[in-house]
Design a protein around this ligand. Structure first.
Ligand code: C5P
Length: 402
């Protein structure tokens, strides 16, 4: 049976060119046997008509907060209670600002304040608007309050620009809704994950980096989402697309990664350090490009903080999982690291020119915990991540029942 069958979805449509896609979204949702109540803002009705949305949803579209006809039947509070989930697609920059500030000045923003149902936004706007500091702040405030952001995707925009701000396609929103209603083993669990390499600048053009591609961490983010978890991904510089449903923060240096993790770790249930964090950074970063004036040159390095060990040492530490990439004796070194960093589980793998690991699509791991280990043979990183996540979920559950 379709997981969306009989689900009561309140679809908020706000003003933006992507509003035309909500017609297709409603059609797909109805095909999945969901009940869909559309709420249109004034600006949205400039882009798509209530008549069209009424025809595809099979219900009168709601637009006004002060609508005597509707308040007599299903008032806005009942509508807020009726919903199993509120999806705002597209969510404009203006609507996000309204929600972040708690305004109740139209039917949709009032509903969002009055509902106990999960709220999901599918942002859609010009890429500069999405990257504007005000929108970034509103987005992170909303996420901290439990609002989910799905997307936006990057690509060509209706305004002719290219960049992040495209609403996820209706099919992608449908598939995320399906997984949102699928009860996975980690439903409701908050996961914070680091992935990819870090870059430690030497001067404005050079840095010390490493070969991590971020593929394993991104595959884990995807697998955690599939298991029902809410995932925040702190990513070093990589060229990978954000997995659907994952909230991503991009950083460059180990210091920035540490700050991003520490700002988000409170209240998170599982922390996975999958990033290849630079252990050292140059003591000083030159303001200008360093010139080759002599035959020898020395770079003085200083230690970076160990993010994973720092998280594991917190008073309310989440369940912690680390990685140990080694060029020899991975299991032995990993077990030492697990104990030294006081993490719950550690995944050991061989890396190097012949062994695989970094930059590859496949990997093999040994997952080690206190009193046990399991070898996960060479396979693609997507399947490996799914296996890892189910083992992590099992041990996370056991810890709670212990
Ligand atoms: O000690 P080593 O760098 O081999 O440990 C690897 C594990 O520690 C990984 O999980 C990595 O994400 C984490 N780590 C970290 N911060 C550092 C160094 C490593 O979180 N500065």
């Amino acid at each position: 049976m379709n997981v969306l069958a009989g689900k009561k979805l309140l679809l908020g449509v706000t003003g933006g060119i992507a509003a035309y896609k909500s017609v297709e979204l409603v059609r797909l949702l109805r095909k999945s046997a969901a009940e869909v109540q559309v709420v249109l803002t004034g600006a949205a009705s400039q882009f798509v008509t209530p008549m069209t949305l009424q025809a595809v949803s099979g219900r009168p579209v709601r637009q006004d907060l002060f609508d005597p006809a509707h308040e007599a039947a299903m008032g806005h509070i009942e509508l807020a209670r009726w919903a199993d989930l509120v999806l705002v697609a597209p969510a404009s920059a203006s609507f996000m600002a309204r929600l972040a500030n708690g305004f109740a000045d139209n039917l949709l923003s009032t509903l969002c304040l009055a509902t106990a149902a999960p709220i999901v936004l599918a942002p859609a706007m010009n890429q500069q608007m999405w990257q504007n500091a005000a929108t970034r702040d509103n987005a992170s405030l909303l996420v901290r309050r439990g609002v989910e952001l799905w997307g936006p995707a990057s690509g060509d925009q209706a305004c002719g620009e290219v960049g992040p701000g495209r609403m996820l396609e209706p099919e992608a929103l449908l598939s995320q809704l399906c997984s949102r209603f699928t009860q996975g083993p980690l439903a409701g669990v908050r996961v914070l994950l680091t992935a990819g390499p870090t870059r430690e600048p030497l001067d404005p053009v050079r840095f010390i980096g490493n070969r991590s591609s971020g593929k394993m961490g991104f595959a884990l983010a995807r697998a955690f989402t599939g298991a029902g978890a809410r995932v925040e991904l702190i990513a070093g510089p990589v060229t990978l697309d954000t997995p659907a449903g994952v909230e991503r923060v991009d950083v460059e240096t180990a210091g920035e990664m540490e700050q991003a993790v520490m700002a988000r770790v409170k209240g998170c249930d599982i922390f996975v350090g999958c990033a290849a964090v630079a252990d050292y950074r140059p003591d000083a970063v030159a303001d200008q490009k360093i010139k080759k004036n002599s035959d020898r040159m020395e770079i003085r390095l200083v230690r970076n903080a160990d993010i994973l060990a720092g998280v594991a040492a917190l008073p309310d530490a989440p369940f912690t999982v680390g990685f140990a990439a080694e060029t020899q004796d991975p299991e032995e070194y990993a077990e030492k690291k697990r104990i030294a960093k006081r993490v719950n589980m550690i995944a050991a793998n061989l890396v190097g020119a012949r062994q695989g690991g970094f930059e590859r699509d496949e990997n093999a791991l040994t997952l080690i915990w206190d009193g046990g280990r399991e070898q996960l043979p060479m396979t693609d990183k997507v399947s490996l991540a799914e296996k890892l996540v189910s083992l992590i979920a099992e041990h996370y559950e056991n810890r709670h029942s212990a």
